[in-house]
Design a protein around this ligand. Structure first.
Ligand code: MLT
Length: 404
């Protein structure tokens, strides 16, 4: 009889956002007259910017012509996109990253789930708690996390770094030394962030203990404060200890288009093993490159037109964030985030559990959010709302919540 990867059987329940989608769909079926407003999953709602649509059309036309048709993309990405990334996301910020350190992919979720496979099977990981579930779940699938304790909602071989109201949502260095540290700033789910000085301390720590930081910078475009780093490579020494993962989903609305990239610096080594070479080998074997059409759309993100249009789109979502934050505060909620990120993290009222508040909000206001406990035990008692809805829906959702 064949055997399965039993690590999969250890995973409790289903993926957080699948569980929520199922619950919402059941509620919708039972209440066809209710108009549900979805502020749960961080999925964008505004259409692609005109400069991107233009690039997509042009690329489709190229694919329709024998002279300009493209087959397999280079597995690490087209030079036109890798060079645009280097110029705009790194050189412009004083970061010394070369095009052959950029690996274009079909999105940050795939990269953040896959990156763990170039590390040792017994590498100890450290995560913030609460945390984007993909980091932990992908390590569970690889058998790195030990056993799950249902009572505490934790894995025996994972180091958890609480990020809560009590510590200002700034994780402390763990007591036990990790080999891999997952950091996401601006943070999903809390919508909070750390300063560049604090990030530098993490880089110094990782270099000191010989750990690698997997830095998820998916929400970088939402940073509004000057003292927050847009890339971990703004910190000295990051090239010897950090991998950075970036997405086009949140800054350019590519959740349905799919495009992202990962930076693996050539200075990042374990003895003579180059992580850059290993990730290139992995990409070459398991990936045939992000589609040409998407990569041309990605290039348009960095055009003058594209930049101006996306600035407006981000301002639109951040206006929603402000609307939610101000509206909740007016209604007496304790609220975090929403200044450098499109997520609002609120304390549930009257010590309600996160899932009880989810049900309460869905039933009484027909508004969907994400229960904090779905992101880890220290998310219990919190709740996440996204600013990615339309402005009209955001205002209506807040009116309903204020009436509760
Ligand atoms: C979220 O809601 O946390 C994100 O949209 C999920 C994702 O980006 O995969």
């Amino acid at each position: 009889m064949f055997k399965v990867n039993e690590n999969y059987l250890k995973l409790p329940g289903s993926y957080l956002f699948s569980t929520i989608a199922k619950k919402v769909s059941e509620f919708a079926d039972a209440n066809p007259d209710k108009e549900i407003i979805r502020l749960g999953i961080g999925d964008v709602t505004q259409p692609l910017a005109p400069a991107i649509v233009k690039a997509l059309h042009a690329a489709v036309d190229e694919m329709a012509n024998a002279d300009t048709f493209k087959g397999y993309a280079p597995d690490l990405g087209y030079d036109f996109l890798r060079n645009a990334i280097v110029e705009n996301d790194y050189k412009a910020r004083g970061c010394d990253i070369a095009a052959d350190e950029i690996f274009v992919s079909d999105g940050a979720k795939s990269d953040s789930g896959n990156i763990q496979e170039i590390f040792s099977a017994d590498a100890k990981i450290a995560v913030c708690d609460p945390v984007y579930p993909v980091y932990v779940d992908s390590n569970v699938m690889s058998g790195r996390t030990g056993e799950y304790d249902e009572k505490t909602g934790t894995w025996s071989n994972v180091i958890y770094m609480p990020t809560t109201m009590e510590n200002g949502f700034v994780p402390e260095f763990p007591k036990e030394t990790p080999q891999l540290i997952y950091l996401c700033f601006p943070n999903n789910p809390t919508g909070t962030t750390i300063t560049k000085t604090q990030l530098q301390e993490w880089v110094d720590y990782a270099n000191r203990v010989g750990a690698v930081i997997i830095y998820d910078a998916a929400y970088e475009a939402y940073i509004s404060e000057d003292n927050v780093a847009h890339s971990i490579y703004e910190c000295k020494g990051a090239k010897t200890c950090a991998i950075e993962i970036k997405s086009f989903s949140k800054n350019a609305g590519f959740t349905g288009v799919r495009l992202g990239y990962t930076v693996v610096p050539k200075d990042l080594k374990c003895g003579s093993a180059s992580l850059n070479a290993m990730w290139a080998r992995r990409h070459g074997t398991k990936f045939n490159g992000a589609p040409y059409i998407q990569q041309r759309a990605g290039e348009a993100v960095y055009s003058a037109e594209g930049k101006a249009q996306l600035k407006e789109q981000i301002a639109y979502y951040m206006n929603n964030a402000k609307t939610i934050k101000d509206g909740l505060e007016k209604a007496g909620y304790t609220v975090f985030g929403g200044v450098n990120a499109p997520y609002i993290w609120l304390k549930t009222p009257d010590n309600m559990s996160s899932w009880d508040f989810f049900d309460f909000l869905l039933e009484k206001a027909n508004v969907v959010g994400t229960p904090g406990s779905g992101f880890g035990p220290n998310g219990e008692g919190y709740f996440r709302l996204t600013a990615f809805g339309s402005y009209e829906n955001t205002v209506r959702a807040l009116e309903r919540i204020q009436k509760l």
